[in-house]
Ligand binder design. Structure first.
Ligand code: H79
Length: 415
């Protein structure tokens, strides 16, 4: 069972992923050709030659990137950690690297160390900072893997020694405390090679958590597939990396945004099954985050802030039914929470629950609610909580229930 052994990660529940690199300048279109696939893959998908793609660095001047603004907003949205793409598959380092001049300081007119800016902002606002690093795919380095292409000629060992391992050393040495090393697509990485990376990370920063995509089952928590939510509560520590629209890197033509309501439901659903939600923003080539992302996250953040106690540090629900017709349940010590996503005109009923309830209340105001335990004609235990008049046509609020016992206990459903 995956175990980070770190309480902050188990309690965090909500984090911000930031995908930003040279691909943001293209915004999903190169020489009149568009990609309707994830935009950070444009170099691979449209077969842009290395010598052409790398010229993008000469245009990298992100006048609208404001690390402090992003970190402050993430804080306000209730996010507990940030994961930033220090180097994505394209191979471009978003920090000052000594191992390769293909980086945001040496190859650009702006000469900005973006990671340093983020590190300082995170330290200022007490936000945990994790780093995405593409350890096997590197489309710029002749010895890096390239997905969907022939890799028979590459010397991965050479790439590891020249770029991957030295760059990992840099990001773990020069940028303060790194909370997570977020690897992705191990490709042909052998178990021995993955172990080398793990050892390096732990030698430099013993508390830095390694995600599941280090490969070879060496991760300290399970990373689900992109945007994939396990159907059942999953034991151990895990996280869903996910997007607000259909891309990670900025794509000017992707307007397929999820609604704030959908995002709230996904967050609570993931939390009820015991996972963290790592939700992405993709700044554009100038460093500006799409206004739509802010709009959605402001609304999600309002729910998270008003209902913090029902989200952070919650535990995996022990047993179905944790999803009901009106919403989703979460729980933590002596508390059960009903997140209500559809208007309920009279009362909610939670069936088959065996606990002794002491109190029910509206989480956002603390208002006491009338509740009644009972038994159905089939002798199944339940609790009912009355919805106050003012809330009967509302949705997206949460009811807390205090229990005698530490965790909810559901009776097996009998035939
Ligand atoms: O960083 C984000 C993605 O770029 C990365 N993981 C998340 C966190 C990722 N790496 N690999 N994949 C996602 C799988 C990608 C597969 C595809 Fe394609 C890319 C399908 C469509 C674009 C490559 C190009 C395969 C088909 C076309």
């Amino acid at each position: 069972m995956a175990d980070t052994k770190q309480q902050w990660f188990k309690d965090a529940k909500f984090g911000l992923f930031i995908h930003w690199g040279l691909y943001a300048i293209l915004a999903g279109e190169y020489k009149g050709q568009k990609t309707d696939r994830i935009a950070e893959w444009i170099m691979n998908y449209l077969n842009i030659p290395r010598e052409e793609y790398e010229k993008l660095a000469e245009q990298f001047d992100p006048v609208n990137f404001d690390a402090e603004d992003i970190v402050k907003r993430a804080k306000a949205w209730g996010m507990r950690y940030i994961v930033f793409t220090s180097k994505h598959h394209e191979g471009f380092a978003m920090y000052h690297s000594e191992c390769s001049p293909y980086n945001s300081v040496d190859a650009t007119p702006c000469k900005r160390d973006i990671l340093k800016e983020l590190q300082l902002a995170c330290e200022k606002y007490d936000m945990k900072l994790g780093l995405y690093y593409s350890q096997a795919q590197d489309w710029h380095d002749p010895d890096g893997y390239v997905a969907k292409k022939d890799n028979s000629h590459i010397n991965y060992r050479n790439y590891l020694d020249r770029k991957c391992l030295p760059q990992l050393r840099e990001i773990l040495t020069n940028y303060g405390k790194i909370a997570i090393l977020w690897f992705d697509t191990p490709m042909g990485t052998t178990p021995e090679e993955s172990v080398e990376m793990v050892k390096l990370v732990k030698e430099l920063q013993p508390e830095c958590i390694i995600n599941g995509r280090i490969g070879n089952e060496l991760g300290e928590y399970m990373t689900t597939g992109d945007n994939f939510i396990p159907r059942l509560p999953y034991e151990g520590d895990w996280e869903v990396p996910a997007t607000l629209n259909d891309t990670w890197g900025f794509n000017k033509d992707d307007h397929n945004w999820k609604t704030p309501e959908e995002i709230i439901q996904l967050l609570v659903k993931i939390n009820s099954r015991g996972g963290n939600y790592l939700l992405n923003i993709g700044p554009d080539g100038t460093g500006k985050v799409p206004e739509k992302s802010f709009e959605i996250l402001d609304k999600v953040g309002a729910y998270v802030q008003a209902n913090q106690e029902a989200i952070f540090a919650t535990k995996r629900m022990p047993y179905e039914p944790y999803e009901l017709s009106w919403g989703v349940l979460t729980c933590k010590e002596h508390r059960l929470y009903a997140h209500i996503f559809r208007p309920v005109s009279s009362r909610i009923q939670i069936l088959n629950i065996e606990n002794t309830f002491k109190r029910a209340y509206l989480v956002e105001t603390g208002e006491e609610l009338v509740f009644e335990p009972g038994r159905t004609c089939e002798d199944d235990a339940y609790i009912e909580v009355e919805i106050p008049k003012a809330y009967q046509d509302k949705a997206y609020y949460c009811i807390g229930m205090e229990m005698e016992e530490e965790m909810p206990v559901f009776a097996p459903i009998h035939a």
